[in-house]
Design a protein around this ligand. Structure first.
Ligand code: CUA
Length: 317
């Protein structure tokens, strides 16, 4: 149905029809009950109106089965909404393992994107169609919010930690990107666009304007420049734990607890190295707070990840 003006953004991701179906169900349930209650108020107001000055209504004791019905019926209905919503929620936050990973850094007032191959862009995000894409997002300053209406996705972008989002675009095209969290004077101007390309065109876009170095390679050069390699040697006999094969593993800490070596853990270990000390090591690592940009941290994480995937050598493309 084309009304001449768009009531809804295009459905351009695998998530969009699922989110819309739930929304339409909620609207249908609301319309049904609003209509029912509206007409029943009028009907009962007329039917049970006071007919005489001395009229006293007959006292009502209660109706057991009627009360059971109007308690259980809304309960069942809200459970349907809850389970349906929970399934979509879990889906939104469970990226497939083969997702293409792109780093996003928000700041007042722009969006910066960084592809694994090394390409960077500002206020634009080029992605291939029919391919799951996972965004690893953080902010340099205040809270922003990455909002893609055509994909029915929205996620806060926070300073000091990573949040992520994944999508699979279903249609090639250009879709708007907004910041959906008030973040200062130019908040309304913190917009961009997502360009969804056919796989062949995406490859062409990737190869044009290439910096020559992948994110992992850039991360490796930072790793050398900051002298990380002096302590974090692959042999494991050095002053710091080896980082080879670290990503995604469970790490045992001094306090006897364990953590998973994910993006947030590695980021924290760079910015605040004493927050979590690996069992058997001394808290001697200096902080790199203020010395590395958020984009550089994403590159170092990409390098550390590449150390866990021997089949994908970071030096080869
Ligand atoms: Cu960034 Cu609003």
């Amino acid at each position: 149905m084309n009304l001449g003006f768009p009531l809804f953004p295009e459905q351009a991701s695998t998530m969009a029809p699922k989110v819309d179906a739930l929304l339409f169900f909620l609207v249908a349930v609301s319309v049904f009950f609003v209509t029912l209650i509206f007409f029943m108020i009028i009907f009962f107001a007329v039917k049970y109106r006071r007919r005489a000055e001395d009229e006293r209504p007959r006292p009502i004791e209660g109706a057991f089965w009627l009360e059971v019905f109007w308690s259980l019926m809304p309960f069942g209905l809200t459970m349907v909404i809850f389970v349906w919503g929970a399934i979509i929620f879990v889906d939104i936050f469970s990226p497939p393992n083969d997702a293409l990973e792109i780093g996003i850094v928000g700041r007042q007032w722009m969006w910066k994107a960084q592809h694994p191959e090394g390409q960077r862009e500002i206020n634009e995000l080029h992605v291939p169609v029919r391919q799951p894409v996972k965004l690893m997002m953080t902010s340099e300053d205040v809270i922003h919010d990455f909002f893609l209406p055509a994909f029915r996705l929205k996620q806060d972008v926070l300073p000091g930690r990573y949040t992520s989002l994944w999508f699979e675009a279903t249609k090639a095209g250009v879709y708007p990107l907004f910041c959906a969290e008030y973040c200062g004077t130019q908040h309304s101007g913190m917009t961009g666009r997502v360009v969804v390309l056919e796989p062949a065109e995406f490859e062409k876009w990737l190869s044009g304007g290439a910096t020559g170095m992948s994110m992992a390679e850039l991360g490796e050069s930072l790793f050398q420049r900051f002298g990380c390699a002096a302590c974090h040697r692959a042999t494991g006999t050095s002053q710091g734990p080896s980082l080879a094969g670290l990503f995604g593993k469970t790490v045992e800490l001094q306090q006897g607890i364990t953590v998973t070596a994910d993006e947030n853990y590695i980021r924290e270990s760079i910015i605040d190295p004493r927050a979590k000390i690996v069992a058997g090591y001394q808290p001697i690592m200096p902080t790199f707070k203020g010395l590395v940009s958020e984009e550089a941290i994403l590159q170092i994480i990409a390098y550390i990840k590449s150390l866990s995937a021997p089949e994908r050598k970071p030096s080869q493309r």
